[in-house]
Design a protein around this ligand. Sequence first.
Ligand SMILES: Cc1cc2nc3c(=O)[nH]c(=O)nc-3n(C[C@H](O)[C@H](O)[C@H](O)COP(=O)(O)OP(=O)(O)OC[C@H]3O[C@@H](n4cnc5c(N)ncnc54)[C@H](O)[C@@H]3O)c2cc1C
Length: 377
Amino acid sequence: MSPADVCAPGSPFWAVFQEAAKLGLDPDFFSQFEPDVAIRLESLIGEEMGWGDGGLGISLAAADFPLQMAMAVGNQELVELCTGKIGCWMITHPDKGSDIMVYDMKREWPKDQTGNKGNLCAKVGNDDIVINGQCSAWVSNGAVAQVALAYIAADYGNGYFDADGRPHGLAVIIPLDLPGVSRGKPLDKIGQRSLPQGEVYFDNVKVPRRFAAALQDEYYGNQSSAWSYAGTHMSQVFTGVARSAFELALQYCHERKQGGQLLIDHQLTRYRLGDMMRRVELARGVARRSLAYARLSPHTHPYATASAKVTVTEECMKVVSEALQLFGGAGTSREYPIEKLFRDARSALIEDGENYIITTRVGLLCQQLYAEGWSQN
Ligand SMILES: Cc1cc2nc3c(=O)[nH]c(=O)nc-3n(C[C@H](O)[C@H](O)[C@H](O)COP(=O)(O)OP(=O)(O)OC[C@H]3O[C@@H](n4cnc5c(N)ncnc54)[C@H](O)[C@@H]3O)c2cc1C
């Protein structure tokens, strides 16, 4: 479907949301279980969603982001505002992509240069917050969301940067039907085409200060928590995409004959399927461990959970690519869904933090820990 058709009234996209709402899989549902059971359930559900469709799995998860944050900060007014609405997580801007992850200015930023405040900024007053600018075209659900959880540079009356050049920030929940909000065209992209991405523009949009989820010094910790959670969900969904590709390849190997016998009866193809299956298991194990870490640790760390996203999406890409290879020329045709999984998996290597950058951040964490004495005694 074209991006506009995905968002149009009557599209299957809306039916998916209606059906998903009936399942009642909101944060309250999981809170009734013991943590280890809740983690297993959440992992299974995320994997099944990804098995069905990676783009929709991400869309459904991003839709809950503002509600999850409203619950996490215990703001009942925001909980009610976000309940039943399609949300989005607005953190990247046209000029601020990988830069959103720069936390350690001293090690990571050219000396004596101020940081990157991006294209979406807020002036925070005593009662109101005024927002101007735009988010990037990549924001998941940006084309359809009714409410946003936005991470933006903020001026609290003393400018946008602290003494080290780091931007002051604000996390705020914004209803997207306010005056001054407008949207770009839904993004046309290679993969996850069921996920409606797009720019949202803000022209002097005013929200009450009480809609803030994190102000001033709370900002970077809050951003880390949100990012920690996003990485874990990506991991469940792309475990599902990998499993789907493996299953399609396994079936095809039982249908296609070459060299006088079915592909499955050749030793090399059996090896290739075995290799794919162990990668799916690896992805699933890492995905569950990262969710357990995010849910059970007293202090989470975004680099740790994001590293799981890197492992899972890289393994997913290998599995999907090998599955496509097993289809031979047929894999490159639109007749088989494997080419669609290939496109979906490819986008995941960039989504929610580009994989090289995230891995570099994990290396930075090693550097920081070593400086504090880790592995030296
Ligand atoms: C499917 C999908 C869904 C997404 N969903 C959301 C969403 O819901 N919300 C949201 O806000 N954003 C979303 N994004 C945006 C995503 O987070 C960004 O695309 C990603 O963080 C990379 O930023 P960028 O595209 O600006 O690339 P850039 O940051 O411009 O990076 C381009 C290249 O330069 C390299 N690079 C960048 N900085 C450095 C450096 N310091 N040193 C060395 N190399 C560097 C990178 O490795 C990369 O290869 C989504 C993206 C995709 C593809």
